[in-house]
Each structure stands twice: as C-alpha cells, then as structure tokens.
Design a protein around this ligand. Structure first.
Ligand code: 13P
Length: 245
C-alpha cells in the first residue's frame, strides 16, 4: 500500500488575520503531491478568514489548542464546538509550549483529547522529551507516559506528533535514526492499544523540519508526516517539505 503523508503547519502566535489570507492564498497556489494531505493551524483569530479562503481547497484546517468543554464560563478559552463551526478538522493538543509555558498536565491533555474526539475533531497529540530527560536516558519512559495517560479510553481517530523539545525552534533536528527509533517505539505502543488500526495512525515528526532535512526524515518507516513550525510560515519552504516526499 502506498504510504500517505500528513503535513501540518503550526503557525504558533504568528500572523494577524489580515496577513493570514495572503499567506494561505500563496500556499494554495502550489501543487501538492497526491499522497500528501496538507493542513495549516493558524492562531484562533485567523481561523474564520482562513476557513473562508480555503472553502474550495483540499488544504485542511487545524487549531492549536482548545478547552475541554462544549461551552461555559471559561473566560479566554475556545471550545471544540466553536472550532467545528469553522470547519476545523484537526486540533493540536499538548504541544510542548502548552506543557511547559502554560503548565498543561497529562491529565488535562487526556481530557482535551477525549473531548476533541467527542466533537469529531482529530486530536494531534504532541509528545516528546526534554534534553535533560534524553541525557538521563528517560526519553522512552517520558513518551510512553505521555501517550498512555492521554490515550486512556480514546479511539484510534487521532494523530501523534513526536516533537523532541530540544529540536523545537533550535535548528537542531533529530537525526533520521533517532527520530525513527522513537517513532518505531510509538508505533508499537499504538499497535498494542489499537491492534486493528495502530499500523495506520499517522505519526508526525516535529522539531526544525526544513526543506533540507525533510526528505530523509519522511523516508523513515514510521514517520508519515511533519508538524512544521517556522518553515510553515514561508510558503515556498512549506511546499518544498510537502514536495520532498
Ligand atoms: P519548528 O519547526 O519551528 O522547530 O517548530 C516545531 C513545532 O513546534 C511544531 O509544532
């Protein structure tokens, strides 16, 4: 069976709503290989204009976070129902910046994954170890704990993104061997939990994926896409990554 890829741009807290439509229109002009599904996750304020701009496009829309309730007195939060209404398909949950800066716990992340699925959103669960954890030889234990706590009682309608914290925004990409080793480990965890579908769940790599290293990473057996930060804000770089498969 031909391998399919999922490449998602995580714009983080970059671009205003008015800047975002130009960027999206530029991305939409490129030809993307058939075996690649392309998505972008802009800030919440940009979802509405981008949802309109992508109306007739095959590019899918993702959000970067959500709160785990349909609605309620949660000042400053965004609900899965609001995302659904804007044709959002994916939602990034548990990004390392949410875990470290905003102190999101494994328990909260589990709730968010569960509620995302309740609203037919596909969670992109982010996992990954810090440099200190890797140096202490704990990287697999950390990732296993992040995955097993988040996936309790969850269906296989999800995506995992392995993002080693030491590779995010640092220009220091994991080598294809290091990345594949962890992706293979994650694949086995998924197969244990989902004997029927574990093999086909997307496992994305994230952390300084760029046009010059994407092809080799994406060639690895258990890497079926990327979660791209800064390179996704440069249309020709984002597209070069998608075209490198
Ligand atoms: P960079 O590609 O900028 O390292 O960011 C990766 C990331 O955090 C994607 O979610």
């Amino acid at each position: 069976m031909e391998k399919k890829y999922l490449i998602i741009g995580n714009w983080k807290m970059y671009k205003t709503p008015s800047q975002s439509t130009d960027l999206v229109n530029e991305i939409a002009q490129f030809k993307c290989p058939d075996k690649v599904k392309l998505g972008i996750s802009p800030p919440f304020t940009n979802l509405c204009p981008i949802s309109k701009a992508l109306k007739n496009s095959s590019i899918v829309l993702g959000a970067q976070n959500m709160y785990c309730a349909k609605e309620g007195a949660f000042t400053g939060e965004i609900s899965p129902q609001m995302l659904q209404d804007l044709n959002v398909h994916y939602v990034i949950i548990g990004h390392s910046e949410r875990r470290s800066i905003f102190k999101e716990s494994n328990a909260l992340i589990h709730q968010k994954v569960k509620v995302a699925q309740d609203f037919q959103l596909i969670p992109i669960l982010c996992v990954g170890e810090t440099l200190e954890e890797r140096q202490a030889g704990q990287e697999k234990a950390i990732v296993e704990e992040q995955i097993s706590s988040a996936l309790e009682g969850i269906s296989s309608a999800l995506v995992i993104a392995y993002e080693p914290v030491w590779a995010i925004g640092t220009g220091q990409t994991a080598t294809p061997e290091i990345a594949q080793e962890m992706h293979g480990f994650i694949r086995n965890l998924l197969k244990e939990q989902f004997p029927k579908d574990g093999e086909s769940i997307h496992i994305l790599y994230g952390g300084s994926m760029k046009p010059n290293n994407a092809a080799e990473l994406l060639r690895q057996a258990d890497i079926s896409g990327g979660l791209i930060g800064s390179a996704s804000l440069v249309p020709k770089d984002f597209m070069a990554i998608a075209q490198s498969v």
